[in-house]
Write a protein that binds this ligand. Sequence first.
Ligand SMILES: [Zn+2]
Length: 132
Amino acid sequence: MLKVGGEVDSLCTRCNLVLAHTIHAMVGPRPVKVECNTCHVVHAFRAPARGATPRPAPRRSLKGPTISFDEILRTKNLAMAVKYSPRTTFAVDQVIEHPTFGLGFVSAVLDGAKVQVTFRNDVKVLVHARGA
Ligand SMILES: [Zn+2]
């Protein structure tokens, strides 16, 4: 773990290189002030462009790793649900009421007059646009 007095790779503002630095100050888990072990300039910590100190991606907008079917369905306009028929042409996001699978929504329009429809328990590929 990083700690004051410990070493961390940082971009040195003077050397313009990613070099080992001694940590002078930290805020929480992140170093904020570091000293270049090469030129001894003290500067703000600059994370190397790629990967030496991975920082967790902020994901505040999502409550969990996956959004439930119900949450997605809640964002759809259920009043616009269309009864499934292979003759109907569907579009992405359209809500479908299927006699067997129940409510679902079009998650992709595929080639060959097919749509991928996400239902509560399954994702199905259904034909559509097999017009009259
Ligand atoms: Zn330096």
